[in-house]
Write a protein that binds this ligand. Structure first.
Ligand code: SF4
Length: 266
């Protein structure tokens, strides 16, 4: 009996020793895992944040370099639609959808002389406006929208164009781009209109990676100070029309070739 009791005691001691040894090995491993999980994740987050800030800084420097080079190459960059007041610019920009500025300027030369105010358009009527702009694409839709805008201006704004982006954006046929063109060029309010040239060129250079004009607008605005938005818009359009054209970009003659991400693939 005594011998059995003694061997049981030894067994318990061995079991307790095994438990102590196992827990002394497992606990540190558990602690190490928890620490690595917690602080490893934190370190990962910090690294991503730092990386993002560095990437953004690089993009800001790229935007400044592009802006400077294009400003030197196109010192006369400006809106290429002819106009003498905000109303004429609004009409010219509405007419320019899917038409070249040269074509619009040909039409507006006589149109602005004959119809100087919104009331003149209303007096002439939609058919008369259609007749005068029929050499432009989408002329029926454009005439309809111009009539609706002229009515709003006469009835609600004393025939003046409001200097407010959000108000203009709600007008028939006046979207984000047209409203931006009008407030920036006619009133000097910072805006970044993104047309087909700005969209294509900004993405090609690598300044932006936007799938929509809205995304490109937001990204460009984030890279440059508001006071240079309007000129940047003109510079990118000048560059897109003269050198970085849609089908045949002239990379050999490009003043920002050394800054462009797409040059090697062309
Ligand atoms: S290098 Fe070529 S693709 Fe790049 S901006 Fe100049 S013309 Fe356009």
């Amino acid at each position: 009996m005594l011998r059995e009791a003694g061997s049981d005691g030894v067994k318990y001691e061995v079991i307790i020793m095994i438990i102590v040894i196992v827990s002394s090995v497992i606990m540190p491993i558990k602690i190490m895992l928890v620490v690595r999980l917690r602080f490893g994740r934190y370190a990962g987050k910090e690294l991503t944040k730092v990386q993002k800030e560095e990437d953004n800084q690089k993009q800001v420097q790229l935007a400044q370099a592009v802006f400077q080079a294009l400003d030197e190459r196109f010192p006369t960059a400006r809106c290429e639609l002819n106009y003498q007041n905000p109303f004429q610019l609004l009409i010219a920009t509405m007419l320019s959808a899917q038409s070249t500025d040269e074509r619009v300027n040909l039409i507006t030369e006589s149109l602005f002389r004959e119809l100087p105010t919104p009331a003149h358009y209303l007096a002439l009527g939609q058919a008369g406006v259609e007749e005068r702009i029929k050499s432009l694409g989408l002329f029926r839709t454009k005439a309809k929208n111009i009539m609706a805008v002229c009515r709003i201006l006469v009835e609600q704004f004393d025939s003046n164009v409001p200097a407010d982006f959000e108000t203009l954006k709600q007008f028939p046929g006046v979207g984000r781009k047209t409203a931006s063109v009008v407030v920036s060029n006619a009133f000097g309010i910072p805006a970044m209109p993104v047309d087909t040239h700005v969209f294509r060129v900004a993405n090609r250079i690598g300044l932006t990676a936007g799938r929509t004009p809205g995304q490109v607008e937001t990204q460009l605005k984030g890279l440059l100070p508001p006071e240079s938005w309007i000129l940047t818009h003109h510079l990118l359009i000048f560059h897109g029309r003269r050198i970085c054209t849609a089908r045949h970009p002239d990379c050999a003659a490009c003043p920002i070739r050394n800054l462009c991400q797409e040059k090697s693939s062309r």
